[in-house]
Design a protein around this ligand. Structure first.
Ligand code: ANZ
Ligand code: ZN
Length: 860
């Protein structure tokens, strides 16, 4: 028997820094292009440097690190970089509130968070670190912007914006809450402002149809993107406006309901509305009210449908003498279709609500299947399903789909309508009237118009001496920064003072990581080697915009010669959130987990005054509910490996994870148990006996080892970390239970078990694994060790119970090897006494075999 000395405690504090340093000293994770080896690019969504890492980061980066280390052990040349999504509003808010410079605040946060990430022991190539606020990064973004401009992928146009009159700034729709600015609380106004746009709509069809190719993306994300792009097949129809030369052009996806039209409506921003408003104070008031409410889709979804009758009448294209009233209505968006509609109340809920409110007729024109026309009526609920056309002249009796085609032909023949495909996707407005962003590199000249900054003058850097004591864009009021000479004519001119949406910065960072110090945006050789990202990992909150923008940007880069592929992310995984119970005092104040304690009676009470605490449901960790646990504290008390292990162990990685004290201390105990286990390790040089000479217990443990390798390999390939963890627990139990004797084969299998266990745990708890690896006398870093191979002979032993039927009736069962082939199974079955007896004297016609389940014998 192996002597078990009393093991000392595992001192993670000393071990974790020691191994981090060893990896760094050996440049273990530095990635270099190597055409002779297959590459694997693992990327987690890079963090915003808000100040400290949170549990969401820990979960995200732990998963990515497991994949990176696993793939490296599997022989891939792995790229696993890290950087900072460093521009954005919070830095400016900090500047305003704490009187620090946004750059200083950001770089300080990066410093802190880099240190925290390093404490996690991530296998990152830190030599590739980038920060988007670094001119060395954003100069390339500016260069590409100019290339996009040359290619017509960027343009400037007037557009409506939410204007906060107190902060003097444009607000995103999400920053308008109940019609007021989220910071100032001021009533938001609508203003027309010249803004820069990326022509993402050029790629609408492609961005949609290529989703089909993204087979390694979650179906849910693909669907969300598809809905966001929103392709609609419909028609553009020109209606005649009575007593006017003007036409009213509408977009509809339901031309089959044209005979049920009872009104037309235009958006408050439609040119006809503006024109009429010049003559009507009442209409002007109505339009202003609509603007106050906001005209975004989200707002309008909620708002009550309201309209203003213009008094104009619209001629129905097929019904002689029939005219429809024209309204200005708050639910019609200017940015979609033509900004005008015809309303068919019977078959559209919004139209019906509107018609009922304004007393407009409701004529059903689609009859649902199996419904009698005489009794079919619509009162408060529109019918939007399929059916047969009624009350529709030459469409009567047609299936609605067929009717669409018939009426489309009729309108096209009349010259008053054209088939059209519309997308919900809008061009991407990237102008921000903010300081802490990438400057848009153009100059406005009175004579020459928009002049690109000459490429040799890039970067256009942000000025450092800016103030945040008053509202508005600091770049705009800077005394000298914007005043330049026109590069074209030399006269006095002005820089563009808009900066880019920070989503631009994150739309190409993954490409920059391939050659982070290149003096071009990307080095083509490097990018061709590393791209696409093989595995991208991040939160579901980025399912739409960030991923769509990145897909667009990559296409735009291809068009301008900066990329050679369209899709940047081959595989995508979206992780769940980290949640925690919530606590409230009796008076309803949120309490942090640190503010409560269990009293003698086992009740949760406040540490401050021992008053009882209400335990609420588990929710995503958030500052507002105070249910956050700081990862730094956890790493400090338990070590990085414990935190990583718990993150991986608890739930499937795409689900929410419930953070508990019990869970983390359980993980901690397991780390220590592992550490004690290595003290059983015998000399690893012992050779095992030949398989057939092995005692049964030895064979059993060998089989477990190889089943574990096989299982964990598959689990890590498919993001089933929690199952990999469960297999580790099982193997550890088996090793603990193994009665090793002082003979060669049992000592050999024990060393195989412990070595394998350590290698398998490497990706998940890398520090402890290194420590154990060295403890059992291995030289060289575990980080450079390759993944163990499965001995297939150790897998196929498993027996399965097979039902044997005769003509479909169960006659007995036999035990056979899993996946045994038919002839072997037949032989065993036919020799089985009960079967043999039943078949006595019969001639077998055929035998049907369902592997691992059933053998059915059919006799004549
Ligand atoms: C008449 C009609 C009858 C409609 C009916 C629907 C049902 P999707 O599928 O999203 O493309 N629409 C068109 N432009 C609009 C705008 N700018 N603002 C608000 N609504 C608009 O939706 C297309 C339908 O949305 C169009 O088809 C139009 O109403 C409305 F029984 O035309 B429909
Ligand atoms: Zn000029």
């Amino acid at each position: 028997m192996t002597e078990i000395s009393d093991p000392p405690r595992y001192t993670f504090k000393d071990a974790e820094v020691r191994w981090q340093k060893a990896w760094e000293d050996h440049h273990c994770f530095d990635a270099r292009e190597d055409q002779s080896r297959p590459k694997y690019y693992v990327l987690e969504m890079f963090p915003y440097p808000s100040g400290r890492i949170h549990m969401g980061h820990v979960r995200n980066y732990t998963m990515g690190d497991v994949v990176a280390r696993f793939k490296r052990a599997r022989g891939f040349n792995v790229l696993h970089p890290m950087g900072w999504d460093a521009f954005g509003m919070p830095a400016e808010n900090a500047a305003m509130e704490q009187n620090v410079h946004p750059a200083a605040w950001t770089w300080q946060n990066i410093e802190t968070m880099r240190g925290q990430l390093k404490m996690m022991g991530l296998s990152i190539d830190w030599s590739r670190e980038i920060a988007t606020c670094d001119p060395a990064y954003y100069r390339h973004e500016q260069k590409m912007f100019l290339d996009f401009l040359d290619q017509g992928l960027v343009y400037r146009r007037e557009s409506w914006v939410n204007w906060d009159p107190v902060d003097n700034t444009v607000l995103a729709n999400e920053q308008v809450i109940d019609g007021r600015g989220w910071r100032s609380g001021a009533e938001v106004e609508k203003r027309q402002l010249s803004q820069w746009f990326f022509r993402i709509t050029d790629f609408a069809e492609e961005l949609r149809s290529d989703l089909e190719k993204l087979t390694r993306w979650p179906a849910r994300v693909r669907l969300m993107q598809e809905n966001w792009i929103g392709r609609s097949e419909g028609m553009r129809i020109q209606f005649k406006i009575c007593d006017q030369d003007q036409k009213l052009e509408v977009f509809t996806t339901r031309p089959d309901t044209l005979f049920g039209a009872s009104f037309c409506a235009i958006s408050p921003d439609h040119p006809i509305a503006s024109e009429l408003a010049d003559e009507s104070a009442e209409l002007k008031k109505f339009i202003d009210e609509c603007h106050r409410l906001g005209t975004s889709e989200a707002v309008l979804e909620q708002a009550e449908k309201q309209g203003h009758d213009t008094g104009l009448r619209i001629q129905h294209p097929f019904i002689q003498g029939k005219t429809l009233p024209l309204f200005v209505a708050n639910f019609v968006l200017m940015e979609y279709g033509t900004g005008a509609i015809f309303g068919c109340p019977a078959h559209d809920q919004r139209d019906l609500d509107f018609a009922n409110k304004y007393g407009l007729p409701v004529t059903p024109v689609i009859l649902p299947p199996n419904t009698a026309q005489e009794t079919f009526t619509i009162d408060t609920e529109a019918y939007t399903g399929p059916g047969i056309c009624i009350n529709s002249d030459f469409l009567d009796g047609l299936e609605f789909d067929k009717a669409k085609a018939v009426i489309a032909d009729a309108l096209e023949k009349q010259g008053t309508g054209q088939r059209e495909i519309n997308f919900r996707l809008r061009d991407w407005g990237i102008s921000r009237q903010r300081y802490w962003g990438c400057p848009i590199p153009v100059i406005h000249c009175k004579d020459c118009g928009i002049v690109p900054v000459p490429r040799e003058d890039l970067p256009v850097s942000l000025p450092e001496d800016v103030t945040f004591d008053v509202a508005g864009n600091p770049l705009d009021r800077h005394p000298s920064w914007k005043h330049v000479h026109c590069p074209s004519c030399g006269k006095a001119a002005q820089r563009e003072t808009d900066t880019m949406d920070t989503f631009v910065d994150s739309s190409w960072y993954f490409a920059r990581f391939c050659s982070p110090r290149s003096d071009q945006p990307v080095d083509q050789t490097a990018a061709d080697y590393w791209m696409p990202v093989d595995q991208y990992i991040g939160g579901i909150e980025h399912a739409i915009l960030h991923l769509l923008y990145s897909r667009f940007f990559t296409r735009a880069m291809k068009k301008t010669g900066w990329a050679s592929l369209e899709e940047p992310f081959d595989g995508l995984f979206t992780q769940g959130m980290v949640c925690h119970e919530t606590y409230q005092s009796e008076s309803g104040q949120w309490l942090s987990p640190d503010d409560i304690i269990e009293n003698d009676m086992g009740m949760l009470v406040s540490t401050a005054d021992a008053s009882p605490v209400k335990v609420g449901r588990s929710e995503k960790m958030s500052k507002s509910k105070k249910n956050v646990v700081d990862p730094a504290d956890i790493i400090e008390s338990y070590g990085a490996d414990t935190a990583r292990w718990f993150m991986l162990s608890d739930s499937p990685p795409d689900r929410d994870l419930e953070w508990t004290e019990a869970g983390i201390s359980g993980a901690w105990r397991f780390m220590n148990r592992l550490w004690r286990l290595v003290y059983r390790y015998p000399d690893g040089s012992i050779k095992p006996c030949a398989d057939d000479a092995c005692p049964e217990t030895v064979l059993e443990l060998r089989q477990s080892i190889h089943k574990t390798i096989d299982g964990i390999t598959k689990d890590l390939e498919s993001f089933r970390f929690n199952r990999a963890v469960a297999r580790i627990y099982e193997l550890v139990n088996q090793i603990s239970d193994f009665k090793d004797e002082d003979n060669q084969s049992s000592q050999a299998v024990l060393s195989e078990a412990i070595e394998t266990l350590i290698v398998l745990m490497g990706p998940m708890v890398p520090h402890l694994a290194e420590e154990m690896w060295s403890k059992i006398g291995k030289t060289g870093l575990l980080a450079n060790q390759s993944w163990p191979n499965v001995d297939p002979a150790m897998l196929i032993d498993e027996m399965v119970t097979l039902a044997v039927q005769i003509k479909g009736k169960l006659k007995g069962t036999i035990s056979v090897r899993r996946d045994a082939d038919q002839s072997e199974v037949e032989k065993i079955a036919l020799e089985e006494p009960s079967i043999a007896a039943a078949l006595e004297g019969k001639s077998i016609a055929r035998i049907i075999y369902v592997p691992n389940r059933i053998l059915n014998v059919v006799h004549a």
